[in-house]
Design a protein around this ligand. Structure first.
Ligand code: PGA
Length: 277
């Protein structure tokens, strides 16, 4: 079944890579015109903060969109190290929110810590569901399109908890929006066990979670029309070989791509996505 209302969207999440201006520009200059020439899909790059402005300049002659990887919800304030939606809105059109690599609680520094020293060797990150909801509102207020990541971990998946958990994540993230605002959001279904593991979900499973769980949750709150309009990506070990199978799924509107967005073959990946959509 075609998806006439929803334009597919492929976003490259560079994570903490290509953050030097010289390497980012070398890469972007290599791919920008080929990427831009691909019709039928929106193309977005999400580099680290340090190169957002440089990449924005480099893609100015194209229709490629630019996104950041996180942000605070306040416009300004005493938040050392944070970046605000007002700051990002100068250079970006998109922002990834609630990526699982930022939602996770305490992260140990593996080589430095053993047992008793854990308290000193952990870093705490908080991007919980409520914070994500604040960030979604803040992004929309500043004209940024949020790419909201949701997804279950392996234990939840194996225990049959995906539907309840992911549904709650979606409802909380979108809470308080108008249907019109919700329609403009992008959701990325990224099962944690599929991220960076080379073990993607099956296209059929992704299609079912997106169609039944995610659109179901949107529909509960905002109604069926809104649920059919929100673009929902799949993310987790997407590559040149598997992208087409995901794009053929009627509920999957694109992909959030990590590792495979760091190489020139990202162009082929997007071409295959466009042909299969
Ligand atoms: P991956 O990452 O494509 O490297 O699995 C996806 C993501 O984390 O967005």
């Amino acid at each position: 079944m075609p998806r006439p209302m929803r334009r597919p969207i492929i976003a490259g999440n560079w994570k903490m890579h290509l953050g030097r201006v010289d390497e980012a520009l070398a890469f972007v200059r290599q791919i920008r015109y080929q990427l831009n020439a691909i019709d039928g899909v929106d193309k977005i790059l999400c580099p680290p903060f340090t190169v957002l402005a440089a990449v924005a300049d480099a893609i100015r002659p194209t229709h490629i969109g630019l996104g950041a990887q996180t942000m605070h919800w306040e416009d300004q304030g005493a938040y050392t190290g944070e970046i605000s939606p007002a700051m990002l809105a100068q250079v970006c059109q998109y922002v990834i929110l609630g990526h699982s690599e930022r939602r996770t609680g305490r992260v140990a520094l593996p080589d430095l810590v053993d047992g008793a020293d854990q308290a000193d060797g952990t870093e705490t990150r908080f991007e919980g569901d409520i914070a994500v909801n604040h960030k979604v509102h803040a992004a929309l207020k500043h004209g940024l399109t949020p790419i909201i990541c949701v997804g279950e971990n392996l234990a939840q998946n194996e225990a049959g908890g995906t539907h309840a958990y992911v549904g709650d994540q979606v409802r909380t993230a979108l809470s308080g929006l108008t249907p019109g605002q919700a329609e403009t959001c992008i959701i990325a279904y990224e099962p944690l066990w599929a991220i960076g593991t080379g073990k993607a979900a099956t296209p059929a499973d992704a299609n079912r979670v997106i169609g039944v769980t995610i659109r179901g949750a949107i529909g509960d709150v905002f109604g069926e029309t809104t649920a059919r309009q929100v673009r929902v990506q799949y993310g987790g070990s997407i590559n040149v070989e598997n992208i087409a199978a995901f794009m053929r799924m009627p509920e999957v509107d694109g992909a959030l791509v990590g590792g495979a967005s760091l190489r020139p073959a990202f162009v082929q990946l997007v071409q295959r996505a466009a042909s299969a959509a």
